[in-house]
Design a protein around this ligand. Structure first.
Ligand SMILES: [Zn+2]
Ligand SMILES: [Zn+2]
Length: 273
């Protein structure tokens, strides 16, 4: 990819949490993009401790952060990530994590967001009870490599980024709540999830639109209507993958990568109503 349009270009990464460690290497390797951390107040877009609620969807929040980094740095390329952890209205099911990554190329009119659901998250909280051993909770959430937040019974944040027993012990009082600190630089599990998503973004940016040559060509939608193998009527099954370009709007459909071309009659409303 010596001739990739992003080779040697700088992209602003809005972060306070050291995410360039996860994001920069795959993007440098695959498309030659140079990720430049820009210190903006990302907490203004919402905090994990609940002191500032987030507005809109995770994708909207990530795009807004990316735009703030671009505005602060004057760079036309921007990047930001957003994590959501259950239980949360953005999450379709119980405890889990969703990482969302946004990329903006203002000159090409490209806005791209990618998300990954990870069931592997240490997201948890625990209310300390009188005379109780908190060691099992600490082991489960990966303390001290993964930091904690301590809150009073009324929800007041007493400490964040707690990573030592010396700091935790005086705060682990009955009635206090211990929560996993989900900020990326204090949560290696989360950092690994961001790294995996950065690899997907790099692959996506490495693929150019066949119509306008803008980076970021890839799956944007699916086409339903997979025909029933018995009666040939369309089902809700996925018939084809739709690749698209968010810059020029060009779309193409391609067969499912698993080679499936028909649905089981069991999934057909005609054969199995
Ligand atoms: Zn295009
Ligand atoms: Zn059928």
């Amino acid at each position: 990819m010596a001739d990739h349009p992003y080779r040697g270009r700088r992209a602003a990464l809005a972060t306070q949490h050291g995410k360039e460690r996860a994001l920069a290497p795959p993007l440098a390797r695959r498309v030659g993009l140079i990720v430049e951390p820009v210190a903006i107040d990302t907490d203004a877009f919402g905090t994990f401790t609940g002191t500032t609620p987030r507005a809109g969807t995770a994708a909207e929040a990530a795009l807004a952060k990316a735009r703030a980094g671009m505005a602060a740095s004057g760079l036309p390329l921007g990047l930001a990530s957003e994590g959501s952890f259950g239980p949360h209205p953005w999450l379709p099911f119980g405890a889990g994590g969703v990482e969302t990554l946004a990329f903006i190329d203002a000159q090409r009119g490209l806005e791209l967001t990618l998300s990954a659901v990870s069931r592997r998250t240490n997201f948890a909280h625990h209310d300390v009870r009188d005379g109780e051993d908190i060691a099992p909770f600490l082991a489960r959430v990966g303390f001290p490599s993964h930091a904690l937040v301590v809150k009073a019974a009324d929800g007041t944040v007493l400490a964040t980024g707690v990573q030592t027993m010396a700091a935790l012990s005086p705060l682990a009082w009955p009635g206090h709540r211990l929560e996993t600190d989900m900020r990326a630089h204090l949560n290696p599990t989360r950092m690994a999830a961001i790294r995996a998503l950065a690899g997907r973004l790099a692959a996506r940016l490495g693929t150019l639109c066949p119509a306008c040559a803008c980076p970021g060509w890839g799956e944007t939608d699916v086409q339903r209507g997979l025909p029933c193998s018995s009666c040939q009527q369309p089902t809700q099954g996925i018939a084809a993958i739709i690749d698209g370009c968010n810059a020029c709007g060009h779309r193409e459909s391609r067969p499912r990568p698993d080679g499936v071309t028909a649905a089981s009659p069991a999934a057909c409303d005609w054969c199995n109503p």
